[in-house]
Design a binder for this molecule. Sequence first.
Ligand SMILES: [Ca+2]
Length: 140
Amino acid sequence: MGVVIIDGTTVRDFVNDDAAFTKSVDDQFAALDLNNDGVLSRSELRTAFESMRLIESHFGIDAATPPEDLKNLYDSIFDKFDGDKSGTVDRGEFLAEMRKIMLAIADGLGSFPIRMVLEDDPSNLLQKAADLEASKLVNK
Ligand SMILES: [Ca+2]
């Protein structure tokens, strides 16, 4: 567990750092692809979202959401990711949609820094955004 301070600029700088962002999302994709077939199934993506709390709040999911609504919501999220409607989400689709989501989160944060308690998850993208900013400060 760690506490990080992030704002929209932290997140946006991370998304715009193509090499760092692509590598982080690729790492996350590999971790989510539980059966290693190179694509994410509906259930793999749902497992992913259940573990990404901030994304849940971005999509308006909370503990009181009834199971059927939750299923519809996860279906609609899956459809957003599955751009070519192939029934699976490939690496490129995942990267493109994660970029959009992270930029939307950045817009939502704006210039107001927030303190976030992050669980110790090396694949957490917001953690990576904060790490990238920290590494730049060190190098200045
Ligand atoms: Ca898979």
